[in-house]
Design a protein around this ligand. Structure first.
Ligand code: MTE
Ligand code: MOS
Length: 771
């Protein structure tokens, strides 16, 4: 029933519902919405210190300034000053102590942004500076964590390493990453009757914003409604962080009883809100003479920032991807969520997975250099098996492993061996430019680690003209979730997708939702919408059956019509008939992912419903005089199951890869020695541009690969996994660097591999090779 001659069925290439609006500027983002009369704008007063006691706050001059309608600090919070998404006691506004440079302390609402900005300058805050802890190392040494450090224990790694024929050990780090969504954080809070409040929030997690606003205002959840039609990009940055913006706007609106819009300027957005966690890894790996791993001890120290926020989930996912695609019979993976006086880090596409993979891929490379083998040979002896050697360190059996075949196919299709030889030849005849090539396999677990988040709801109405209203708990951030879920509904009813109205996510339509994250948006909301549509369809089939005098099983929905043999009614006529017979045309749908479980204390279980698989081969050139690098080619083969929409998925894969490239090459976050972020705009923080996209960039979807578990129309999640394929670029740069030392030495090259970093690692190789 999934195909059919309707426009927009699942598995077809239909463009994003807002594609034309995106490119013509007609898509309405929150800042484009007409604001109600008397709307106020907000300026924030941020802590200039990374760590300081707040001695006093005097807002009287600001409150008396022209056009000002409300000024708030922690003392003005009527409810609880706590917006923690998972743990508790994570303040919205600094109370008594400021814990990072850029932490909001006071917020001012005024008739215009300029008036608010001027008034904010009049706020007097007296600070007593305290010593900040700024680095992962320092926090780790002081054992300063944002929550109890987790670990995965599998077998006896320490004992096994003692018996290993070979051992390598090392250290590597990867940087953080700013989300750099085009639409910076924004919220528009509109007070209603009593203390009701509606907040338009650019959020991936309306329910969590609702919780945050309710805590801060001290009102019930049913007093608060959150709405989001679309975000101008999110990438994890609007999962928990949107609450900061929405709750400040709501607090001000609640106080002055006027609508309040808070829109962060780019610089403030980068300074105030969290980013990808940077990590410091230390590894010790025991292996046999073939390179087969016996044991891995990996410490993963993450910069959590001033509070835990989502670090629990991020570090758990890093630990659960410390195996990547390899069987490790004895593993000890320890996470260290370091508490630092820097902005609290948060979700970012991959959610710790990319970081966890950096560690094991570095280790694999280390084994190869130690044994004088190729990295690919070492990978091949370590793949997960299918019958045995197939249990992950956290205890989940890998039952759907297709990695060896997938990698085999990709390497054959792109003539990997031939290209390696061509690169050898190039390097033999060039001294200034050096090329490198590398493959990166990615196995990524789908589902939220925390089982409770794997649930979703939908609400569908069919109107008597046959048009359909679709609502669900997922949010649209550009990834194409809304069109995919609309395709599901159009396929169930067998009606053209043009008849399905996509609508804004609202907490009063579908309540108690999970964030749109973990790439599970279409898996969860697609299924919930499927269930709602099926229920209405069953009712309509009953009515049509009565009408034609046949059993409901003989009713068929096809090509916008409802058939009983050769007789038919239009879908609209059937809807009208259903109403006439007084049968409801409205239904909610609900779905929860089956077969998953997780024990967060022991870090064991089967948290993932399935895995997605992909691989990329990247070719780079580096300039040994300047350290500059260029990605020359990238070939990707990605498993997306039976894709709901192949063209949307291609876009996701391309975008994720380029975003990953940015993380690993050009995007560098720099703080000064007082903990101020120095890179808070596009002039100092370099995201990839169109000319950084590899000139040879080929993305292939693995065909004929329906998901083995019954996901929505056997599709697979796609949003995050391809980001990790970009690790091939980092590995290829390392390959190019190592060629200057005849492959024998491990390059000292962390991520991001900026030109400076590449130059320094070349210099280091030169010195070590000479010594
Ligand atoms: N694609 C676009 N265009 N914009 C985004 O913000 N976020 C990514 C990914 N793709 C993002 C995106 C992240 S971090 C996730 S988790 C998924 O989309 C979420 O959506 P999904 O679950 O519907 O794939
Ligand atoms: Mo994505 S980091 O799970 O929002």
């Amino acid at each position: 029933m999934d195909g059919g001659d309707i426009r927009g069925a699942v598995h077809t290439n239909i463009r994003h519902d807002s594609a034309v609006k995106h490119v013509t500027g007609k898509a309405v983002y929150i800042d484009d919405m007409p604001v109600p009369p008397d709307s106020q704008e907000v300026a924030l007063v941020l802590s200039p210190h990374a760590h300081a006691r707040i001695v006093s706050i005097d807002t009287s001059a600001a409150a008396a300034a022209p056009g000002v309608s409300a000024v708030v600090s922690a003392a003005d919070i009527p409810g609880k000053n706590d917006i923690a998404p998972v743990f508790s006691d994570e303040p919205l506004l600094a109370d008594g102590v400021a814990e990072y440079a850029g932490m909001p302390v006071v917020a001012v609402a005024a008739d215009t942004y300029d008036l608010a900005f001027s008034a904010a300058k009049l706020v007097r805050i007296e600070y007593e500076e305290l010593a900040p802890v700024l680095s992962i190392e320092e926090a780790w040494e002081k054992e300063q964590y944002t929550y109890k450090p987790p670990r995965i224990v599998f077998g006896d790694a320490e004992a096994a390493i003692g018996n290993s024929a070979n051992v390598v050990s090392g250290e590597v780090r990867c940087g953080g990453q700013d989300h750099f969504y085009l639409e910076s954080h924004i919220a528009l809070a509109i007070p209603g009757e009593d203390r009701d409040i509606t907040v338009h929030s650019s959020t991936q997690h309306p329910t969590e914003v609702q919780h945050g606003v309710s805590h801060v205002l001290g009102v019930a959840l049913n007093d608060v409604t959150i709405e989001v039609r679309r975000m101008g990009g999110a990438f994890g940055g609007k999962e928990s962080q949107a609450t900061i913006i929405a709750a400040i706007a709501a607090l001000l609106a609640d106080k002055c009883r006027k609508p309040v819009k808070l829109r962060l300027r780019r610089d403030d957005d980068m300074i105030v809100t969290g980013k990808r966690h940077d990590f410091l890894f230390r590894y010790r790996i025991g292996f046999d003479d073939d390179g087969c791993i016996d044991s891995a001890v990996i410490d993963m120290a993450a910069r959590s920032g001033n509070v835990a926020d989502l670090s629990g989930g991020v570090v758990a996912r890093a630990l659960c991807h410390g195996d990547n695609a390899y069987f490790i019979p004895n593993a000890l993976f320890r996470g260290w969520p370091c508490k630092t006086n820097t902005v609290s880090n948060t979700a970012f596409r991959g959610f710790g997975g990319p970081q966890g993979m950096i560690a094991i891929e570095t280790a694999i490379e280390h084994i190869a250099r130690d044994l004088g083998k190729s990295v690919d040979e070492v990978r091949a002896v370590n793949w997960y098996g299918t019958e045995d050697r197939n249990v992950t360190p956290y205890g989940q059996p890998v039952t759907d492993n297709i990695m060896p075949e997938l990698v085999d196919r990709l390497t054959r299709e792109v003539d990997y061996d031939g290209r390696k030889k061509a690169i050898d030849a190039f390097n033999a005849s060039h001294t200034t430019l050096k090329k490198g090539i590398a493959l990166m396999p990615v196995k990524f677990g789908i589902s939220f680690n925390a089982p409770m988040l794997n649930q979703a709801g939908a609400l569908i109405h069919v109107y008597t003209d046959g048009s359909v209203h679709l609502n669900h708990g997922g949010t649209e951030m550009g990834q194409g979730l809304f069109v995919k879920v609309a395709q599901v509904v159009s396929s169930v009813f067998q009606i053209d997708i043009d008849n399905v109205k996509i609508s804004a996510t609202r907490t009063d339509k579908v309540p108690n939702t999970a964030p749109t994250a973990a790439s599970a948006g279409s898996d969860l909301n697609g299924m919930a919408a499927f269930n709602a549509a099926e229920e209405i369809k069953t009712r309509m089939a009953g009515i049509a059956g009565d009408h034609f005098g046949v059993p409901p099983e003989d009713i068929e929905f096809r090509q916008n019509r409802v058939y009983a043999g050769n007789e038919s009614l239009s879908f609209a006529e059937t809807a009208q008939l259903t109403w006439n017979q007084r049968v409801s045309l409205s239904a909610t749908g609900y779905y929860r992912t089956p077969d998953i479980h997780w024990d967060g204390d022991s870090m064991t279980g089967s948290p993932f419903y399935y895995f997605t698989y992909g691989a990329c081969i990247a070719e780079v050139a580096i300039d040994t005089l300047t350290g500059e690098s260029r990605v020359l080619a990238a070939d990707i083969l990605q498993d997306v199951g039976a894709s709901l929409n192949p063209s949307i998925d291609l876009g996701q894969i391309e975008g994720a890869f380029v975003q990953g490239m940015g993380w690993l090459t050009s995007e560098e976050l720099v703080w000064d020695d007082k903990g101020h972020l120095m890179t808070h705009g596009p002039s100092t923080y370099k995201i990839p541009g169109s000319r950084d996209v590899p000139p040879h960039f080929k993305v292939h979807l693995l065909d004929d690969a329906p998901n083995r578990v019954p996901t929505i129309f056997r599709s697979k999640a796609v949003g995050e996994p391809p980001l990790m394929l970009a690790i091939s670029v980092w590995l290829a740069i390392r390959d190019a660097v190592s060629r200057t030392g005849d492959y024998k030495l491990m390059p000292k090259l962390d991520a991001p591999a900026t030109p400076e970093a590449i130059l320094m690692s070349l210099e280091d190789i030169k010195q070590r090779a000479g010594a």
